[in-house]
Design a protein around this ligand. Structure first.
Ligand code: ADP
Length: 425
C-alpha cells in the first residue's frame, strides 16, 4: 500500500511541476509572440526552465532510490531480527541450560534454564565468574585458542551438589564481522543418575556386608566343631543351634533381596485386582500376634464396613501389612496394644490403612531415612530380633507401585503410626 501512495504523491508533484512549467512556457510563447522577448532570449529561458525540470526529476528519483534502499535494509534487518528471536525462543524452550560465550569470555546468551541455574543477571558477565572449574576454563579456551569444533564433555558440580555433564562446542560465525565465532556450553544434568549409581554401589557393599557377617560366623563355628570342640558333644548342640539361626538369617536376607528386585521389576505395572482388605488384615494379624504373643502384645482391628475392598496386588499388599504388623509386634512395649485400622478417606476415593503401636517411638532425625535399605534406628536391637533392615524399604517400593506413600508419625516414648492410602474398589 505504502509504495503506491508514494508513487501517486510523486505523480501529483510531477503533474503540478509540469503544469507550472507548461504555464511558464505558454507565458514565454506569449511574450515572444507579442515580441516582448526576442528568439534568443526565449530559447535561453526555455533551456533554463527545462534544465530546472531535469534537475528536479533527478533529485526526486535519487530520493526515491535512497528511501527504497533504506526500506529494503530495514526489511532485511527485521527479518534477521525475527530469525534471531526464533532461535532464542527455541533455545529457551530447551529445558537444559545452554550458554553462548564470546571470545572475550563474556556470556552473550543464556537460555531460561541457564538463568535458573546460574543467576538471572549473568548475560554480559565473564563466564569464569560462574564456571570456575579449571576443566571448563580449559575447554572454552580450546575452542577459541586451538580452533577446535568440540572441546569434549566436562563434569560440573555446583554448590547445591547438582552435577552436569557440560558439552563445550564451537558455534561458527557467518564469516562476516557481525556474527563472530562463539562457544556453546550445553549442560546435561546427571545428579539423579550419579545418586542412583552411588545407591547401587552402597547397596552392593551393604548387602555383601550383611551376608558376610552370618557367613563368617558359620565358618567360625564349622572350624571350631572340626578343631577344638571336636569331641565336646554338648557344645555341638549349642553351636548347631546358633549356626541354624545364622543360616536362617541369610535365607531371610536373600528372600528380602529377591522381593525387592521383583518389586522393582513390576514397578511400572499398575495393580488392578480387587482385594478384600478386611480378610487380609485378619490373616496378617494372626501371624503378627503370634510374633508378639510372648511379649504380651495384643492386636485390635477396626475396619469400616465400607472400607473393606481396595485395588491392589494381593501378594504385595499382604507383604506390606505383614512387614508393618510384625514390626509393630517386635518393637511395641511389653503388654501393649497394636491397632490396625482401615477407614474410608475424606474424599471417599481412597481407603486409609494404619498400624499404630505403643512402642518406643522414633525420633525425628531417623524418620526421613527409615525406608532406606539396611537403615536401622537401633542396629543391635534389630539384629537381635532377626531383622534384615529391608522390611520398610520393601513397603516403600510396593507402595510406590500402588501410587501411594508410607506416612510415619511418631512420638518418642509414646509410639508410632505407619499409614498409607489405597484406591477404593
Ligand atoms: P528391621 O528388619 O530392622 O525391622 P525395617 O526396615 O523393618 O528393618 O525397619 C527399619 C528400622 O525402623 C528398624 O530397624 C527399627 O529401628 C525401626 N522401626 C521399624 N518399625 C518400628 C516401630 N514400629 N517402632 C519403632 N521402630 C521401628
Amino acid at each position: 500500500m505504502k509504495p503506491r501512495n508514494r508513487e501517486s504523491s510523486g505523480l501529483q508533484a510531477l503533474l503540478s511541476e509540469r503544469t507550472i512549467i507548461i504555464a511558464l512556457l505558454a507565458l514565454l510563447a506569449f511574450f515572444w509572440s507579442v515580441e516582448l522577448v526576442d528568439t534568443i532570449a526565449a530559447l535561453l529561458i526555455f533551456l533554463t526552465i527545462a534544465g530546472l525540470l531535469v534537475r528536479l526529476e533527478f533529485k526526486r528519483h535519487r530520493t526515491a532510490l535512497r528511501t527504497r534502499i533504506a526500506e529494503t535494509r530495514k526489511l532485511e534487518f527485521n527479518k534477521r531480527g525475527g530469525i534471531k528471536s526464533v532461535r532464542a525462543n527455541t533455545l529457551n524452550a530447551v529445558p537444559l541450560p545452554i550458554l553462548i560465550i564470546g571470545e572475550d569470555h563474556r556470556i552473550s546468551f543464556a537460555n531460561h534454564a541457564a538463568l535458573d541455574l546460574l543467576g538471572s543477571d549473568i548475560v554480559g558477565n565473564d563466564v569464569y565468574i560462574y564456571l570456575r572449574q579449571s576443566k571448563i576454563v580449559n575447554a572454552i579456551e580450546k575452542i577459541f585458542d586451538d580452533g577446535k569444533k568440540h572441546a569434549g564433555v566436562v563434569r560440573y558440580t555446583n554448590k547445591q551438589k547438582r552435577s552436569f555433564d557440560v558439552t563445550i562446542s564451537r558455534v561458527s560465525g557467518t564469516g562476516g564481522d557481525d556474527v563472530p565465532t562463539q562457544a556453546m556450553a550445553f549442560f546435561y544434568e546427571i545428579t539423579s543418575m550419579l545418586q542412583t549409581e552411588q545407591m547401587r554401589v552402597d547397596f552392593v557393599a551393604n548387602a555383601s556386608h550383611e551376608l558376610r557377617t552370618p557367613l563368617s560366623s558359620l565358618i567360625g563355628f564349622i572350624e571350631t566343631l572340626q578343631g577344638p570342640a571336636k569331641d565336646d558333644l554338648p557344645a555341638h548342640d549349642r553351636f548347631l543351634g546358633i549356626m541354624q539361626s545364622e543360616a536362617e538369617r541369610m535365607v531371610r536376607l536373600i528372600d528380602d533381596l529377591l522381593s525387592l528386585s521383583k518389586i522393582e521389576m513390576s514397578r511400572h505395572e499398575a495393580p488392578d485386582t480387587e482385594v478384600n482388605v478386611e480378610a487380609m488384615i485378619n490373616s496378617v494379624v494372626l501371624t503378627a500376634a503370634a510374633a508378639g504373643k510372648e511379649r504380651g502384645v495384643d492386636f485390635k482391628i477396626d475396619v469400616d464396613a465400607s472400607a473393606s475392598r481396595v485395588i491392589a496386588d494381593p501378594d504385595q499388599l499382604m507383604q506390606v501389612l505383614l512387614n508393618l504388623a510384625v514390626n509393630a509386634a517386635k518393637y511395641a512395649d511389653r503388654d501393649s496394644t497394636v491397632h490396625v485400622s482401615a477407614k474410608v478417606a475424606k474424599d471417599k476415593k481412597y481407603i486409609s490403612l494404619a498400624i499404630r503401636d505403643e512402642g518406643p517411638g522414633i525420633s525425628k532425625e531417623h524418620l526421613a531415612r527409615l525406608t532406606e535399605r539396611f537403615y536401622r534406628v537401633d542396629d543391635a536391637r534389630s539384629r537381635k530380633m532377626g531383622g534384615t533392615g529391608l522390611g520398610l524399604a520393601i513397603v516403600k517400593h510396593i507402595l510406590i507401585r500402588h501410587g501411594s506413600v508410607l506416612d510415619v508419625k511418631s512420638v518418642v516414648g509414646e509410639g508410632s503410626t505407619f499409614s498409607f492410602k489405597l484406591h477404593r474398589a
